[in-house]
Design a protein around this ligand. Structure first.
Ligand code: TPP
Ligand code: MG
Length: 368
């Protein structure tokens, strides 16, 4: 039954507070330096690069939202608030095709990962605007449903959590093949209620054949409008990995330094040991779930980009003037791309059956 708006308001306030507390807990735990200094021993050029990529991802996502709001796209869903986790993940992924490289089974908040891997923002804008030039889906799917076979980025699926099952397949092939390639999965907290998540933990951890999987959960405290607090008996999602003997941890995914350090450690372990890691990362959901919930900025959530920026400015690692220039030039770049993509065409109706097969043949039933 529908909740009254009053009850919903109360429970959403509670969930926001819950997410803030979870973030605070993680922050207070991590406020002890992770490495040799307060930036985890990371070099200044790496920190600047990480900030640069986070800005690129944020500006692109905010452009996607504007494209939706001006009526130039039907739907928006994406990743503002997840840059501090997604960018380090994309930077550390072994990019390429085939089992010696990493497979990425992303969900619909993958823009920061792909920006860090070098995605052209034009490809993201073509996707949300359903242009036939969109390399991911030929203009047939919506925002953030990426697919880049040349980088082992498998198609993002709208049904939540199925990617945890797909990853078992690529993980098995990588285990059999040998080498250091791993399979990386991203997904949301609410989705872990699906059986696919449990199946993934089981397949990943069988003592007879453990799999090289980096199983991540971006915990933003919400599944659309259902708050985390009412749905999880376990204290932390990562606790569930322990029952399977999987190396498991929870991190503050709003801190790019902590994300980078912990991801690097975990990925090195998986590459070498050929065993899984379950990593839960607390993240923000800065513009709500999607355009279906309005896509307006939620100022109550911590903003990982602004917080990181403040730290870098204070430490004199970046300069205010350069930061302002960076935002300006990225915004101009995305606007120019939008204007160009506006002139491109949607897919033709006749291409609807492309890449759909029955018995290895094109599935257009009219030709049978
Ligand atoms: C199998 C399935 N059930 C329901 C939905 C509808 N749905 C889309 S997103 C979503 C919430 C997912 O929440 P979470 O996994 O926490 O990810 P978040 O959106 O918060 O990042 C739901 C229920 C769906 N897409 N697929
Ligand atoms: Mg969620």
């Amino acid at each position: 039954m529908e909740k009254s708006s009053n009850t919903r308001k109360k429970s959403s306030a509670k969930a926001v507070a819950g997410a803030a507390i979870r973030n605070k807990k993680a922050v207070s735990k991590k406020s002890k330096p992770v490495g040799s200094d307060k930036f985890g021993g990371l070099s200044f050029s790496l920190l600047r690069n990480m900030h640069d990529l986070m800005v690129k991802s944020r500006v692109l996502e905010e452009r996607l939202i504007k494209i939706y709001k001006t009526g130039d796209a039907f739907f928006w869903i994406g990743a503002p608030g997840e840059e501090a986790f997604g960018v380090p993940l994309g930077m550390l992924a072994k990019k390429g095709q085939g089992p010696l490289n990493d497979y990425l089974h992303l969900h619909y908040r993958g823009t920061p990962v792909l920006v860090a891997m070098g995605m052209d923002p034009k490809d993201s804008i073509r996707l949300i605007m359903n242009r036939k030039t969109d390399p991911s889906t030929g203009g047939r799917n919506f925002s953030n449903h990426y697919c880049f076979p040349e980088w082992n980025v498998t198609p993002v699926c709208s049904p939540i959590e199925v990617q945890y099952g797909f990853a078992v397949g690529t993980g098995l092939s990588q285990k059999r093949h040998g080498g250091e390639g791993i399979s990386i999965i991203t997904g949301g907290d609410a989705g872990t209620a699906e059986g696919d998540f449990a199946s993934c933990l089981i397949w990943a951890s069988r003592p007879a054949n453990p799999l090289p999987l980096l199983i991540t959960v971006q915990n933003n405290g919400w599944g659309i409008s259902t708050s985390y607090d009412g749905q999880h008996g376990e204290e932390k999602i990562s606790d569930r990995g322990k029952a399977y003997g999987i190396k498991s941890l929870t991190i503050n995914g709003n801190d790019p330094v902590e994300s980078y350090v912990k991801l690097k450690e975990s990925m090195a372990y998986i590459r070498k040991e050929r065993k899984p890691v379950l990593m839960e990362a607390y993240v923000s959901r800065l513009y709500g779930h999607s355009s279906a919930s309005g896509a307006n900025l939620d100022t109550k959530q911590p903003d990982p980009l602004k917080d990181f920026e403040k730290r870098l400015l204070k430490a004199d690692i970046i300069k205010k003037k350069d930061v302002e220039e960076l935002y300006k030039s990225e915004e101009a770049k995305c606007m120019k791309i939008f204007r160009e993509v506006q002139k491109e065409l949607p897919p033709e109706a006749s291409s609807i059956w492309d890449f759909t097969y029955v018995n290895n043949e094109n599935a257009d039933w009219r030709n049978f």
